[in-house]
Design a protein around this ligand. Structure first.
Ligand code: AMP
Length: 280
């Protein structure tokens, strides 16, 4: 695996791959890699001829400077974790390579960027949409792998690729969870053992609410009960706990075949997000 930090060097390589007719698969990450990221890498290995993992902690998608400061930066470990895989390139530019002096463009996806994390984190999805557009063009990706864990992000990048006529096809991969149901996240590293144990209440209460709503219970009541249980389990605040359509993200008040439960909640100093379909 070659570690590349300049656009010029990356372009030289992707132009060779393009001439060879290789399918280029890209896995965008912010590092602190875990099994969730590695499942995307496996997807890329299986479907692409050339694999690029990107490692860039994108400052423009952090609306909270403390969150950016505390975000784990573990490049050496990440390189070690990628060693067993057929990854050709780790694309790890610095901020000045990604946003050179004078950078002034912003990609903004209307509609699906609003509400849920878009409501709680102003500017977050503009930051995501802009950096993903850049990563997809820099890497000349044919396929780009994203986790369903960040469902709203997956919808945003799918929309922008269609709207901007980008080459890449977006491939969504299922959420990887710990044995107790907690979705793997780089942010879990910042939980104390006590908070880590309590954090499993988020997916378990979402699951309980999903089963109740599927069984015909009132969605508002089921979600209010889940919110109370999550707070009782040790979370300090719930940003949202909502039933929405998986494709349009429009709010729903009862079960439909495409309905999903979406949640964001704070435990200790960490904000966790999760989502799941009503069935399965
Ligand atoms: P991040 O480094 O957190 O920005 O995540 C990089 C990619 O990994 C995104 O597409 C995430 O949705 C995906 N990802 C993060 N956690 C998981 C997980 N537990 N399961 C599957 N994919 C994940």
């Amino acid at each position: 695996m070659k570690i590349i930090r300049t656009r010029a060097e990356l372009r030289t390589l992707t132009e060779i791959w393009r001439r060879e007719g290789s399918v280029i698969g890209v896995v965008p990450t912010m590092g602190a890699l875990h099994e969730g990221h590695l499942s995307l890498v496996r997807g890329a290995e299986a479907q692409a001829d050339r694999v690029i993992v990107t490692l860039f902690v994108n400052p423009t998608q952090f609306n909270n400077p403390e969150d950016l400061k505390n975000y784990p930066k573990t490049e050496e470990d990440d390189v070690r974790k990628l060693a067993p895989f057929a990854v050709d390139v780790l694309w790890a530019p610095g901020a000045e390579e990604m946003y050179p002096e004078g950078f002034a463009t912003k990609i903004s996806v209307d509609g699906i960027s609003e509400g849920l994390c878009g409501g709680d984190r102003p500017g977050h999805f503009d930051g995501v949409a802009t950096v993903v557009t850049k990563l997809l063009t820099q890497t000349d990706a044919d396929l780009a792998f994203f986790g369903e864990k960040d469902w709203q992000q997956l919808q945003v990048v799918t929309r922008l690729v269609a709207d901007l006529d980008l080459r890449a096809r977006i491939v969504g991969m299922p959420t990887v969870r710990e044995a107790d149901g907690l979705a793997l996240s780089s942010r879990n590293l910042r939980l104390t053992p006590e908070k880590r144990a309590a954090a499993a209440a988020l997916p378990s209460e979402m699951k309980r609410a999903a089963a109740a709503i599927s069984g015909g219970a009132d969605a508002g009541e089921a979600l209010a009960a889940a919110r109370a249980a999550v707070l009782a389990a040790g979370f300090n605040a719930v940003d949202y706990l909502e039933l929405r359509d998986g494709a349009t993200l429009a709010p729903l008040d009862k079960a439909t075949p495409t309905a999903r439960i979406f949640a964001a909640a704070h435990i200790g100093a960490v904000r966790l997000i999760d989502n799941m379909a009503l069935s399965g």
